[in-house]
Design a protein around this ligand. Sequence first.
Ligand code: DD3
Length: 332
Amino acid sequence: MADKRDLEEAETTVFSAQTKKRKADLETKNGKGNEKDESSDECENVLRTFETSAVLSESAREKNIFVHGKMWGQDAVVILEKTPIQRDVLSQMFSESSLKLQMKNDIYSTFQLQAPAHLNEIKATLVFPATQKHIQKYQRQESFLLEETAQDYLSITLPFIQEQRFSVQWVYNILEKKAESERIVFEDPDPETGFVLLPDFKWNQKQVDDLYLIAISHIRDIKSLRDLSSEHLPLLKNILHKGQAAILDTFGVPRSKLRVYLHYQPSYFHLHVHFTRLGFEAPGCGVERAHLLQDVLQNIQSHARFYQTRTLYCPLRADDSLLQKYRDAGKI
Ligand code: DD3
């Protein structure tokens, strides 16, 4: 065990005090003796009142299920997901579990392994009250590639975004420290070029393999990639360089292992940048939706109004009302 950890430490370049602290925090959370830590975060089971209406989607491969239901008469969405097995619990997994033999044949046997409760966690995400949009979002849907010219953006997409008035209250809560403030990994408070870096809530932070952080800009009037021009170069460079440095410092993941990108279309219209680990196929990191921040920088450097003039392509789900607008305009 000790050898393994020494090896891991040696493999990674620089570890700051903060990294060690985060690592130590993770280890206590993983149930290394300190069960008190876990119970202090325990809350009443709000899901007890959840009544399932329909399964929106499920994936045996991703080991998750998206469920629509009702709580106190209002719509709710619950996402359940089995979490990856961490290396450092293997010895406990082998020694503290009970086994039921399923089959044995020659040198092959399969078992049902019942792990102790603290190693048998399921991540649950609740959206409550959920809007029709949330319910729609998790329904399996076919998608279509939209070809959005600069003109289409102005005449169709922009008016649509403006009339929809998607709420980004949760983003403002983060920027104003009204929510998730203890989860902030790094902040540059500058009102023009500053941002907050924190784990996306899809990541449980227990292993760096599926590392996923988001940088949210302090500046509030940038809706998407379409709004970015040369005046934003200092902001974008700042997010890239300070974001990479903070992730190296905190999680020991170097920039050569990071995929830093923006989505187009984004799922919320406030500038944010995704940081995921190379090798982890995060949803939305495909070429049809992700724009590498380094490429975005170069494009803007070579043409100040690159993103106001180019045709952009992006996938839209069959039930997206924006797709309907494009159909109505005879563009799809
Ligand atoms: C969202 C995209 C947005 C449903 C769901 C997710 N990371 C978030 C609120 C707080 C967060 C995120 C919208 C919403 Cl399941 C509707 O994501 C969030 N906090 N991605 C963090 N840290």
